[in-house]
Design a protein around this ligand. Structure first.
Ligand SMILES: *Cc1c(COP(=O)(O)O)cnc(C)c1O
Length: 415
């Protein structure tokens, strides 16, 4: 078999089409540890430029925190580098079980199982616990990894309109004769930063005898009074049957994920989930650091409190400056611009001002809803926020969008 010229031409044509359609994803290179101040090479080949980072999932500022780096080093020294086997064959280290127990306690669930990533947790979960006699009813805006996980499962699939509880209820009614019903949602939706109505979802689940499954990747560690996640924020601790989440965002940001919830569901994953059974587990160095992260955020709410204060300060001041912001309380702050080119141009100008943000447009968000998505961190100091607000204001003035709403911006720039 050769890599034929026909195959090569076909891929080259497809890649050119992506370039022409503005859909080709250009990567940026960071020449420093992940943090609030990073050196970014962009465009590729230019000298790295120091910028303030507003586009990482480093919500608690732990990615390069000295205590976390130290714990990782200790893990490396004491438990070595690799495991060289999946857990069910050669066994696991005690620190893996320790991390599972810590996550169980922190999330207030019954048991936890680690996966190499949350993508893998979602890929393995449904197939491990549901059969063709069951129904999965998912919010229409759930994360791609949940969609892939559901595709791998033989249960029937259906969806409800985003956060529409009436529609969800009609679906639960429709499937009341199935063996099990499972409602599936993100805890926080990553494009708008809006929060699932878990209190209402749990009420409906009780009424129609359904299970509730939540992917809390954009919430674990900082949403809710103690940072436990959306279930704490919504007052439904103990009522979510399965939570999947990532260690790749607020919890240190390296990698790893888990399913945490009812102990039988977790045990079914241990017996049956394919990404758990057939892929290597997390390396000791990351497990050791993650244990330190859970200790740190269990000891004090200082970091999530600071993140909450930063979010409030930024949202208030950007609103006062005249930006059109999706309302909410989450550190994802969508600055609405509607027009794709405007979002790209403003992000580039902000980069020149030393503010690192990314424009999002179709197909990542619906057509006509282009935006710059700002993400705040507990590691931002007031001076970082003030610099960003000043830069946004300067660039907003340049494009004459301050004080303007959706209709006026679309009148000026089109869709
Ligand atoms: C980031 C994210 C994931 C993927 O997490 P990884 O651990 O990096 O695989 C899954 N689900 C949601 C909702 C996410 O935001």
């Amino acid at each position: 078999m050769t890599y034929s010229s026909e195959a090569r031409d076909s891929y080259q044509r497809e890649l050119s089409r992506m370039h022409e359609g503005g859909l080709f994803k250009e990567e940026r290179y960071i020449h420093s540890p992940q943090g609030v101040e990073v050196d970014v090479e962009f465009p590729s080949g230019s000298p790295p430029k120091p910028v303030i980072n507003f586009c990482a999932n480093n919500y608690l500022g732990l990615s390069s925190h000295p205590d976390v780096v130290e714990a990782a080093r200790k893990g490396l020294d004491e438990r070595g580098y690799g495991m060289s086997s999946v857990r069910f064959i050669c066994g696991t280290q005690d620190i893996h079980r320790e991390l599972e127990n810590k996550l169980t306690k922190f999330l207030e669930t019954e048991d936890t199982i680690l996966f190499p990533s949350c993508m893998d947790a979602n890929a393995g979960f449904f197939e491990a616990v549901l059969t063709k006699d069951d129904v999965m009813i998912a919010d229409r805006l759930v994360h791609a990894s949940l969609i892939d996980g559901m595709r791998l499962c033989s249960a029937q699939r259906d969806s409800y309109k985003h956060s529409d509880m009436k529609h969800l209820e009609s679906k639960l009614e429709q499937y009341k004769d199935a063996r099990f019903r499972m409602v599936i949602t993100d805890g926080v939706f990553s494009m708008d930063g809006d929060i699932a109505k878990l209190d209402e979802i749990c009420e409906l689940a009780d009424k129609y005898d359904a299970m509730v499954m939540v992917d809390d990747s954009h919430a674990t560690g900082f949403m809710g009074k103690h940072g436990k996640g959306t279930h704490e924020h919504c007052g439904v601790l103990g009522r979510i049957d399965a939570i999947t989440t990532t260690l790749g965002k607020a919890l240190g940001g390296a990698s790893g994920g888990c399913v945490s919830g009812r102990k039988e569901l977790v045990e079914m994953c241990r017996q049956r989930a394919r990404p758990y059974l057939f892929s290597n587990t997390m390396p000791p160095v990351i497990v050791s650091a993650a244990n330190a992260v859970i200790d740190l955020i269990s000891r004090t709410t200082e970091r999530r409190d600071k993140l909450e204060a930063n979010t409030k300060y930024f949202r208030e001041n950007m609103t006062a400056a005249g930006f059109d912001i999706r309302e909410g309380v989450h550190p994802i702050v969508p600055i609405m611009l509607y027009n794709a080119k405007l979002a790209q141009d403003m992000a580039r100008d902000l980069f020149d001002e030393g503010i690192y943000v990314i424009g999002f447009f179709f197909p990542v968000v619906p057509k006509g809803q282009a935006r710059i998505r700002v993400q705040l961190s507990a590691a931002h100091e007031k001076e970082h926020l003030d610099k960003a607000i000043a830069a946004f204001t300067k660039i907003g003035r340049k494009y004459d969008i301050l004080g303007k709403g959706k209709k006026e911006i679309i009148d000026m720039y089109g869709l």
